[in-house]
Design a protein around this ligand. Structure first.
Ligand SMILES: [Zn+2]
Length: 459
């Protein structure tokens, strides 16, 4: 009798354990099912650990950039288009972490909780994604960069749609180099990195825009002040060298001519606290997101800086680092009356779940500029192009902008341009960063113009 009771207890315990296990399994399946089923060991969807069966990715004009057929995944039949859109579309192995094929993989495959991958396996298709990019404009940007590495990003600063996103070095996903993971010459350095979203670089003089905004907001009558450039800015800790001896000049002219002496002085006059507060309000030192991913963080840290170093930080040197997409957003915010619209890369999708997810993203981003400040900044950026670079370098675009030639240790400087058209019917902001490209004026401006003219011609 006692044995029977004991067996009864054991049986109860087993039943309870079984039910607990079942509940745990159901719970885990509900939470993790999507991840488990889209893992690379699932042979229904992957061959040799590569994505094979999934929906198509189109550009904004309906060109299929990648699709599934009997041979697996096929990229568009144009080698330059493949290279130019690789970092946006993503590879099939998933090395390019921010590629659409990687970040939206479950939606492309067509996984859902009730049917699993039933639809994808049965029909051989998942869900399609249409991107905001124009692949021909990406190709124009790729060609404009020539032999240089770097990145170009263009977006509509009113709608947030990214028209162009290119990152170099890149490769042809249909003919991936055999030595890509073993080469030690450096030619493939950071090849899987989308430099627009995941790179950070010394900004140089484009950072003067941040200092200018801080000066507009913190220094009374800044526009009436007169400064003097003797070719350098001297402090007890050292000297910041200017690119010329500019003599007497106003705040606006100092920005126009990119005078290092004045901006090093302004950084010191503003002081670490105010300048850091402005930089942080404009998105430095914080995790911004755009295009479905978290951007690499732009950094501004002058805590330990002496006066000389603070001066160098004021001209975008010292330890300042900027993410190109972040600077594109900042440019767009100035263009759009202070409101930064979050850049987006997906136009629509046949996946209801993805559409719902994208619909929940707040369109207004994480940085903001006072309307009056944005308007003053826009005026100064316009006079910089009109009176100093020359409108002839951007025919018919009414551009506002700023170049930056950022010094880096032991290599040629990075050539930057950030700017936007102020034309009501051409609301595009652009960032160009040519890695170790040399002079911004002779390298970055022509790239920016070629890309924007291609957009203009495409209508
Ligand atoms: Zn100067």
């Amino acid at each position: 009798m006692r044995n029977t009771v004991r067996r009864g207890y054991v049986l109860y315990a087993l039943v309870v354990a079984f039910v607990c296990g079942l509940v745990f399994l159901m719970y885990s399946y509900a939470v993790n099912g999507e991840v488990w089923v889209t893992k690379r060991v699932n042979n229904h969807l992957y061959t040799n650990r590569q994505l094979t069966t999934a929906g198509s990715v189109f550009d904004r004009n309906g060109k299929a950039l990648v699709e599934s057929d009997d041979d697996g995944r096929s990229f568009i039949n144009d080698v330059t288009l493949r290279k130019a859109t690789l970092h946006t579309v993503g590879d099939i192995q998933g090395y390019i972490a921010t590629g659409v094929q990687t970040i939206y993989r479950p939606y492309l495959i067509g996984y859902d909780f009730v049917n699993g991958v039933y639809k994808a396996v049965k029909d051989g298709t998942g869900n399609d994604i249409t991107l905001t990019i124009d692949s021909d404009i990406c190709k124009a940007a790729y060609n404009a960069l020539g032999y240089n590495n770097g990145t170009v990003g263009v977006y509509n600063y009113k709608t947030g749609e990214v028209i162009c996103m290119v990152s170099k070095p890149t490769y042809d996903p249909e003919n991936k180099p055999d030595d890509i993971n073993t080469d030690t010459s450096g030619k493939y350095d950071g090849i899987y990195l989308n430099r627009l979203l995941s790179g950070v670089f010394t900004p140089g003089s484009v950072f003067k825009t941040v200092v200018a905004i801080s000066a507009i907001e913190n220094i009374d009558n800044i526009s009436e002040r007169t400064f003097k450039c003797t070719g350098k800015y001297k402090t007890e800790d050292g000297t910041v060298i200017c690119n010329a001896t500019h003599g007497k000049l106003s705040f606006e002219k100092a920005y126009n001519k990119s005078c290092n002496s004045v901006f090093a002085q302004l950084a010191n006059e503003l002081g670490k606290k105010k300048l850091t507060a402005t930089a942080e309000k404009l998105g430095f030192n914080s995790s911004l997101s755009a295009c479905g991913v978290n951007l690499s963080k732009s950094l501004f840290n002058v805590k330990g800086a002496d006066k000389n170093e603070l001066g160098w930080a004021g001209i975008g040197q010292h330890t300042v680092l900027a993410n190109p997409c972040h600077l594109m957003m900042l440019t767009g915010a100035i263009a759009n009356g202070g409101n930064a619209v979050t850049p987006k890369i997906v136009r629509n999708s046949t996946s209801e779940k993805l559409s719902e997810l994208l619909g929940n993203i707040s369109p207004l981003a994480q940085i903001s500029i006072d309307t009056e400040t944005a308007s003053q900044m826009k005026k100064i950026m316009r006079s910089t192009v009109k009176n100093y670079y020359g409108d002839s370098r951007f025919p018919g675009l009414e551009m506002c902008g700023k170049t930056g030639t950022a010094e880096v240790d032991g290599k040629r400087p990075h050539a930057w341009f950030m700017g936007f058209s102020q034309k009501e019917n051409f609301p595009y902001a652009i960032v160009v960063m040519v890695e170790n490209g040399g002079s911004a004026s002779s390298v970055a401006i022509p790239v920016a113009n070629k890309v924007l003219q291609a957009i203009k011609s495409a209508g």
